[in-house]
Design a protein. Structure first.
Lengths: 77, 271
């Protein structure tokens, strides 16, 4: 399974959202629910953000959509 | 400032057009820069400011916020040999004909929140006063009320923390007694700014004129020492002035409003 990892910093917490800033490029920011972050995360913490490709999930969704497309085409055909 | 010098309080987030705006105002050199606190939406453009203008002096909260943005800003200040200070409550200095009074932070940090370490500064020119509150929250305000027995009165209040529920309360308005409140917040932001509680408070206080950057664009407040003349980049209808941040976010798609700006003269200060 392919993955990539990035260092981000919790710049601040605004209500229920944490504002994460990419360490290598502070123009890149993302708002993430604090509930998604490790318990006890606070402003100034450094985190690793890991993206893991989920091929099985993609394949499953492709199969579901293909079935729906076929069904709709048959119904209107 | 009256003698033609410039001061800057916060830079906006990384990518904000602050350098361009300052150049459009004819600024070439900045006598004083204040970074109220080290969150990126307040200091994100500081490095570019320092690279674009000669800065004589820099005031910082001194709060250790371990972000790269803050570290890079400090490196730039060091490398350029800019005079650096972390003024605390009670410090004051007359710069460019304007008195700068530091109302926060205290000598000892209140807590581990950068917002409460904000440099809160009151500017006095002639009979007029403007109070810039950074992102000070309730706890910092409580300390300021207790420490400043002569009061915090100002004609103009730059609302703390972008109009959040914890930045400007009834107690703050009672202490500052402003006739003008300016809230700086991004249009359609994700953080509910300005918050419904803030909007309700201002709506219930008709003696205060509210100005907001998300709907009116750049807000300018010019003092001649006797009164403050407030202008906006865009004009909006009275029905939209008291929209909450979430309502603005929901209304962006059908947004109207005139393109023309406006100016309003406000009464003499002297509080």
């Amino acid at each position: 399974m392919k993955s990539s990892s990035h260092k981000v910093i919790v710049d601040r917490i605004e209500g229920e959202l944490a504002v994460l800033v990419l360490y290598d490029d502070d123009r890149v920011k993302m708002n993430v629910p604090i509930a998604w972050l490790p318990a006890g995360t606070r402003e100034g913490d450094h985190l690793r953000l890991n993206f893991v490709k989920d091929q099985a999930s993609r394949t499953s969704e492709e199969e579901r959509i293909a079935k729906l497309q076929e069904e709709l085409i048959r119904r209107n055909g | 400032m009256p003698d033609g010098e410039a001061a800057l309080i916060d830079s906006g987030d990384r990518g904000a057009p602050t350098v361009e705006l300052l150049r459009n105002y004819g600024v070439r050199q900045i006598r004083l820069v204040i970074a109220t606190h080290p969150h990126s939406d307040h200091i994100g453009e500081m490095r570019d400011i320092l690279r674009s203008f000669k800065v004589d002096e820099f005031w910082d909260s001194g709060f250790n916020h371990p972000t790269r943005t803050y570290g890079d800003m400090l490196e730039e200040i060091r490398d350029r040999g800019v005079k650096f200070a972390t003024p605390k409550r009670g410090f004051s200095s007359e710069i460019g004909g304007v008195l700068f009074e530091v109302l926060n932070p205290p000598e000892q940090p209140l807590d581990d929140q950068p917002n409460n370490a904000s440099i809160v500064v009151r500017l006095t020119y002639g009979d007029t006063r403007m109070l810039f509150a950074g992102d000070a929250e309730v706890r910092a305000w409580a300390e300021m009320f207790a420490a400043n027995t002569e009061g915090l009165a100002a004609d103009l209040l730059k609302a703390a923390h972008h109009g959040s529920s914890n930045g400007t309360t009834r107690q703050v308005l009672d202490a500052v007694r402003p006739s003008i409140v300016v809230v700086s917040c991004g249009r359609g932001n994700d953080y509910h700014h300005p918050h419904p509680n803030f909007i309700r408070l201002l709506r219930e206080t008709p003696a205060v004129s509210l100005f907001r950057t998300d709907l009116q664009g750049t807000v300018s407040a010019i003092s001649d020492g006797k009164g403050i003349d407030v202008g906006t980049e865009r004009t909006i209808g009275a029905d939209r002035l008291y929209l909450t941040g979430d309502e603005v976010a929901g209304k962006l798609a059908s947004d109207g409003g005139s393109d023309g700006g406006s100016r309003r003269k406000h009464a003499r200060g002297g509080k």
